[in-house]
Write a protein that binds this ligand. Structure first.
Ligand code: CO
Length: 209
């Protein structure tokens, strides 16, 4: 790839935007008030705004390998805190995708160095759901289900934080678990019933907020 092409693309994009609205960037520079916090995979094929038909200003985005919300990770914790407390987002979306390389790696025995502790978080998801996953004979189906369950576990991790618990209790926020099917381009809502998921575990994680 010719990196200079990006600046040509950028100039075209600026012209196009200004052609549609001469005040576009003036307004964009004034500030943001996105309604959605999107936590997705870093995979180059899974975009955030593009696949949702949204644009600049619409979505606060955090991406990492396998869309993880690791409890001791300051980066995702900071993003969640800022989005919920300061931006007041109404929705938090965890979006995984079928064919996720991070989840695949966690299903293999390969020693991947610095990635080992990171991927171990996904192995822990597997362990939590070992009975269900172990009962799936087809490896591809098991892989897909782990991707879905990983999304669900990350939704739970989001709900463990004090700021989300407070907003959730006040009815200000909804948590959604999605998976992008790369082979069709479609976003699948996993329909995770957060109340049901949290019902049996919140006695462990509830904070007095
Ligand atoms: Co991925």
């Amino acid at each position: 790839m010719d990196i200079n092409q990006i600046f040509k693309n950028n100039a075209d994009w600026v012209s196009k935007k200004l052609g549609e609205d001469s005040e576009y960037f003036t307004n964009l520079a004034k500030g943001q008030s996105p309604a959605i916090l999107y936590i997705g995979c870093s995979d180059s094929r899974v975009t955030a705004e593009d696949m949702m038909g949204l644009g600049p200003g619409d979505v606060f985005v955090h991406r990492n390998i396998a869309n993880m919300v690791i409890n001791t990770d300051l980066s995702s914790a900071g993003v969640i805190n800022y989005a919920v407390v300061h931006l007041g987002v109404q929705h938090i979306v965890i979006c995984g995708h079928y064919g996720c390389g991070g989840v695949k790696a966690a299903m293999s025995a390969a020693d991947l160095g610095i990635l080992n502790p990171y991927l171990r978080e996904i192995r822990d998801v597997y362990r939590t759901h070992k009975d269900e996953l172990g009962a799936i004979e087809d490896e591809e189906e098991r892989y897909k289900r782990l991707i879905e369950l990983n999304v669900q576990e990350q939704c739970i991790n989001v709900a463990k934080t004090a700021e989300v618990q407070k907003a959730y209790r006040q009815g200000k926020i909804t948590i959604h678990g999605w998976v992008l099917d790369l082979s069709s381009g479609k976003i699948i809502d996993l329909g995770i019933d957060m109340d049901a998921v949290l019902k049996n575990i919140m006695e462990i994680y509830t904070l007095d907020v």
